[in-house]
Design a protein around this ligand. Structure first.
Ligand code: AMP
Ligand code: MG
Length: 412
């Protein structure tokens, strides 16, 4: 008699799922679509920043030597030879013994070496009385002070947020090369499921995994299509899936139909077609499947998640989200992890890594449970801001025990 196969560890199954999805290709997108994407090639500055010496103040461009010794009691008066608003492109050089009225961001005229801010003058337009003696260089922003032409401003692998998009625009880039978003087909199964908004008959429930997992895919940076497959009918299921895969999908994520009961449509349809169904030593989310499904010429990576909504979502967090982010080139595919002390005593089954729903108090570094560990408690998941991990070997947690905490509501 052969012993039952021991369950896969979480890490083992993470590795199996990670191997399914290669990095996506590179596409060039306009800046307006670049937020949250990962840069595929470095951005080299085609121009210096600032591109020319310019004024950091509204005031007057002068030669420092011409106003040496100026004070409030004994101002130096100079004729105003030019007016230089920001954007002026034909700036005349500054003759000795004159000043030019200048605005913030306007080019400093050749010959000028300092700016006197308007508050230290009488603000004159024909002649200006200057009551301070700036050192050479005062309030002049010099060419290349921020970035030199030809140097890299952003490295490949940078996640593009507001500041990164800003500097790309500042060096003149209208588009950026980024890794393509992976396209995911989210497929829910189950004859009991009814779309939200429709009337519910006795014995039916609203379909929640589809909307939830599609949102999670988009949150991870992917694009998602949702497909609700109603009948628990194996042939139909294979046909529908094959048609959708042909249409171009990077990954299929199913929920439901993988446990030990009868009518397990996902398991029945994909067993023998490249997908392996296993038990993972975790809670929630024991029954899992992964592989590259093959229907003749058609193939596609598939991850099959269990149907209980909390199991589905937690499994997505543990197995799918990091893989989507890694495929997009993200340098931090995993959730940020911190350590916190348990606020309470908890019991835990040996042999299973638990991912329990919690709230973190960042001020005192403690974490507490929301709801119960049961895998249908979706409202508790919706109130949680973290998952905390009770290790497989633990049979309980004492107040004050240190726990690994995955931060869920972080945009990092
Ligand atoms: P299954 O894995 O298909 O046996 O489903 C396990 C449990 O999750 C059952 O109570 C199902 O009704 C429920 N379930 C499965 N799929 C969904 C879904 N898409 N939305 C909401 N509940 C679901
Ligand atoms: Mg089902």
């Amino acid at each position: 008699m052969s012993a039952a196969k021991p369950p896969r560890t979480v890490e083992e199954h993470r590795a199996v799922v990670a191997a399914l999805l290669p990095p996506t290709g590179v596409e060039v997108v306009p800046l307006a679509e670049a937020r949250g994407r990962v840069l595929a090639e470095p951005v080299t500055a085609a121009i210096s920043l600032p591109p020319f010496d310019n004024s950091a103040m509204d005031g007057y461009a002068v030669r420092a030597a011409d106003v040496a010794g100026a004070t409030a009691d004994s101002p130096v008066t100079l004729p105003v030879a030019a007016d230089i608003p920001a954007g002026r492109t034909d700036v005349p050089p500054l003759e000795p013994g004159t000043a030019a009225r200048i605005m913030t961001g306007a080019p400093v005229p050749a010959g000028a070496d300092a700016i006197v801010q308007v508050e230290l003058t009488d603000g004159g337009t024909e002649r200006v009385a200057i009551s301070a003696a700036p050192a050479a260089g005062t309030h002049v922003r010099t060419v290349g002070e921020d970035v030199f032409e030809g140097t890299a401003v952003l490295d490949a692998g940078t996640v593009l947020g507001a500041a990164q998009i800003g500097v790309a625009a500042a060096v003149g880039r209208a588009t950026l090369p980024v890794r393509r978003r992976p396209h995911v087909l989210v497929l829910s199964t189950g004859s009991e499921l009814v779309a939200p908004g429709e009337p519910l008959a006795p014995g039916q429930i609203y379909e929640s995994n589809g909307a939830m997992l599609a949102a999670a895919v988009r949150d991870a940076g992917g694009t998602a299509d949702q497909l609700r497959f109603v009948p628990d009918d194996v042939e139909q299921f294979r046909k529908v899936l094959a048609e959708r895969i042909v249409a171009g999908v990077d990954l299929v994520v199913t929920s439901g139909g993988v446990s030990a009961g009868a009518y397990e449509v996902v398991k029945d349809a994909l067993t023998g077609h490249g997908v392996e169904f296993v038990k993972v030593g975790m809670q929630p989310g024991g029954p899992q499947g992964a592989g590259v499904v093959e229907f003749g010429e058609v193939s596609c990576p598939v991850v099959t998640l269990p149907g209980n909504p909390v199991s589905s979502q937690v499994s997505f967090e543990v197995f799918v989200r990091p893989v989507l982010r890694r495929a997009m080139g993200h340098p931090y595919p995993d959730r940020p992890v911190v350590t916190a002390r348990s606020r309470e005593a908890l019991r835990s089954p040996a042999g299973r890594t638990q991912f329990r729903r919690g709230t973190l108090d960042a001020r005192d570094g403690t974490v507490g449970e929301v709801g119960s560990p049961a895998s249908h408690m979706l409202a508790a998941l919706a109130r949680a801001d973290c998952l905390f991990v009770v290790p497989a070997e633990a049979t309980g947690v004492h107040p004050g025990d240190e726990l690994e905490v995955w931060l869920l509501d972080s945009a990092l």
